[in-house]
Ligand binder design. Sequence first.
Ligand code: V47
Length: 390
Amino acid sequence: MTYATDPLLRPIEHKVDEGIPLSKEDGLALLQTRDLHALGRMAQRAKERKSGRKVFYVLNRYINSTNVCYANCKFCSFAKGEQEAGAVRMPADDVLAKALETGTNFNQIHIVGGHDPRQLSLDYWLPLMRRFKATLPHVQLSLFTSAEIDYLAKRHRLPYEDILRELRDAGLDNINGGGAEIFSARFRKLVCPNKVDADNWLRVHEVAHSIGIASNATMLYGTVETLEERVDHFIALRESQRRSPGFNAFIPLAFHPDGNQLNDCGWTTGLDDLRMFATARLMLDNFDHIKAYWMIQGLKVCQIALQFGADDMDGTHGSTDEERIYHSAGTSSGQYVDDREFRRLIEEAGYQPVRRNSTYDEFPHDWNPHDATHRGDRAPTREAHGAPAE
Ligand code: V47
């Protein structure tokens, strides 16, 4: 039975039910439909086939270790020159101290920064990563975007595989999904010509996956891209995941216009945000998770996104953390969400909240690294806290 009032959605419903990958035309229809209810129901069914009633969140710390960057991407309000007012470049001791400011009961540290000629080097990162792992053995390191990995590779004149092996051996668990922007060469030439190109962005992730590092993927939407370019981006990610699996989550990044060169593009709309969550869920049939990151679309839209295919709200951040990418570009979200609030929002949407780490190992919500039963450097296994084995 179909409830779709948009005739373009009916054949798509059939494909989704049969597990047939959606085409470029299907993606365009999803991104343009006004039949939000049918779209939402389709995406919700697809979500429930992947993760059932579960919706994930993570107790984490979020740090932007440097905002010094010379890439000059037009959408960015965060980057500063070394001598510019507001430039922040944290010494390694401060990064570790900041992570520890609100205790040790968290499962992930998420750090991204700029293309900083001083800080973005193996000499800075390898010792810091080893200190993190020695001090917080239960915490997964979700560090860098592949744009930063590409910068490191160029700087040290090493192939991606060598750089990634060094980072993995020092404790890198996951690469963040940023830097993808929009893959189209037209877009990149116009908006971010100094950043890693699409082929190399994908190659960094594929090599990382092949040596056991997990990663995420993103798309920056709401600037000068066409809808066709958005759909091509989804298809490129789906093909990359098929070639070298290892992406855990896709995160749609809604453009924030304050204080950057694309200010005229304005804010994305609620309709566009919801269509992006649902289209991501439906196009990326080989991705396990679609993340509605509360910091970006706001808690209210993200809660609704749980009924449009999203199954993750990301992290608490520590109460003293200072996310600066979105705060310098005008987000009205705060810096911190209590995990009880995540559980309340998820339960109200009809789902079961599940605490996770970067690689989606599951934890009881009151898990504590100092509990006798959970001491050690590994997450509890799924069976250890009563979940059925896969
Ligand atoms: O690459 C920068 C984006 C990314 C703006 O892996 C902007 O879980 C919107 O890596 N408006 C970096 N977006 C952030 C990042 C990230 C974010 C959320 C989740 C994950 C994850 C990773 O932020 C950049 C760029 O695409 N960005 N400026 C802006 N004005």
